[in-house]
Design a protein around this ligand. Structure first.
Ligand code: E4P
Length: 215
């Protein structure tokens, strides 16, 4: 399973890229707005300079024509830009039309497996089930990943990648990989947490203490 970073913060992207683990980046309007004063196009271009992999940029239109127009514009910014389109009927129209232009899409805000099946049929490159937000609603988010992976695997015509989104903690990363997700997009703090373990710290301390007390 590949790891993407879910942020528009360039410092976080630069640092995570230096760990050698990043295969791509996802952004959304909330994450872009959090970077006060940053221009959308410039931010995406800067991310593309830091990470050599798919960079998701989200459309804001509610109608298919607007999504298609935005998608064509964003895709011209860099060959690695993937167009994020919401899981709606207008979104399906936009996904299939953008696919005809050879523009790759990431169908976002997916909350049930039927949306994922239709998005794949429309030609989505990536489907993004939001597991943390499903958990928040009182339903197990990981079950959604399992259902989508199972449905996609049974259909040899589907090559859409399953991207676990809305990840809240390291256990979500582990369970996404076990469930067969192709990608997990993680907030920076969750990646840092994933590499932290008290027994690792204690082991390092012990090794150093033993080394320093040798005769
Ligand atoms: C994915 O592409 C989204 O940007 C993201 O994972 C949403 O996560 P949230 O539920 O923490 O906002």
């Amino acid at each position: 399973m590949q790891i993407y970073l879910d942020t528009a913060n360039l410092d976080e992207i630069r640092e995570a890229a230096s760990w050698g683990i990043l295969s791509g980046v996802t952004t959304n309007p909330t994450l872009i707005a959090r970077e006060k004063g940053a221009d959308f196009k410039t931010t995406i271009a800067e991310i593309a300079n830091l990470v050599d992999g798919p960079i998701s940029a989200e459309t804001l239109s509610l109608d298919a024509d607007g999504m298609i127009q935005e998608g064509i514009e964003y895709a011209a910014w860099h060959p690695n830009v993937i167009i994020k389109i919401p899981s709606t009927l207008e979104g399906l129209r936009a996904v299939s039309e953008l696919a005809r232009h050879n523009i790759r899409t990431n169908v976002t805000l997916c909350f049930n497996a039927a949306q994922a099946l239709l998005a794949a049929r429309a030609g989505a490159f990536i489907i993004s089930p939001f597991i943390g937000r499903v958990d928040d609603s009182g339903v197990e988010g990981m079950q959604l990943i399992r259902e989508i992976v199972s449905i996609y695997r049974q259909d040899s015509e589907i090559s859409t990648k399953v991207l676990s989104a809305s990840i809240r903690h390291p256990r979500h990363i582990i369970d996404s990989a076990i469930a067969g997700a192709d990608i997990a997009t993680c907030p920076f703090n969750v990646l840092k947490l994933a590499m932290r373990h008290p027994l690792t710290d204690r082991g390092i301390e012990q090794f150093l203490a033993d080394w320093n007390s040798r005769n």
